[in-house]
Write a protein that binds this ligand. Sequence first.
Ligand code: CTP
Ligand code: MG
Length: 243
Amino acid sequence: TRVAAVIPAAGRGVRLGPGAPKALRTLGGTPMLVHAVRALAASRAVSLVVVVAPPDGAAEVKSLLDAHALPGGTPSGSWGSTDFMVVPGGDSRQESVRLGLEALPPGHDIVLVHDAARPLVPVDTVDAVIEAVRDGAAAVVPALPLADTVKQVEPAAVPGGPEPVVATPDRARLRAVQTPQGFDRATLVRAHETVTDDVTDDASMVEQLGEPVVAVPGHEEAFKVTRPLDLVLAEAVLARRRL
Ligand code: CTP
Ligand code: MG
């Protein structure tokens, strides 16, 4: 079974602060998106990567990827046997993923969805997700236990004021989920055609269909670059890998 990956990279990165669109911000001198594409292309199973670019930046992203894919263009050279294509994204992550799915040619029955903002995911995590889909799961998420206790709160009476705590879910049964999330293609397409609620990950749309979703072990280095401190951590992880 051939595997394709959709990489939503159309966000602006508001929480990271002013600058280029987040996917084009650099880590170790290389755009985050390039790291993310490499991370997926590193899996032998992945034969196609669809990058969902900022709506007005598809041409720029295409030439960026071409530059990094050309032999000699970068230290590690090319994407090997992995093809890539670039399509423009939408106003929400959900919309961007849907546009990526619509661009997928036939012949890939397993689809991964991976945030460009998780540039350092290890290939073993990618392969573990693919393997769980191959073993029959319709939807697979890489997940980690939480370090912090989580509280459910009500809105504050005044903006910025104290928020009443209403519940403390049992931490042992909570997981923080990452990407790549892996799917049976037909199930993911049906989820995107059916679910209209706003969601923050693709697996929750499959949950809404009533289909089972399973979690496999994630990896610390698959963390999402969201706020400025995450960039510091990402640079440190990259520097450690290059030792
Ligand atoms: N994304 C996307 N299209 C959007 C919004 C987000 O493709 N309209 C992508 C981002 O590029 C990112 C992934 O979804 O790779 C995860 O989203 P997030 O970390 O929230 O990135 P941003 O939305 O860019 O950041 P922020 O929410 O801080 O603006
Ligand atoms: Mg966002």
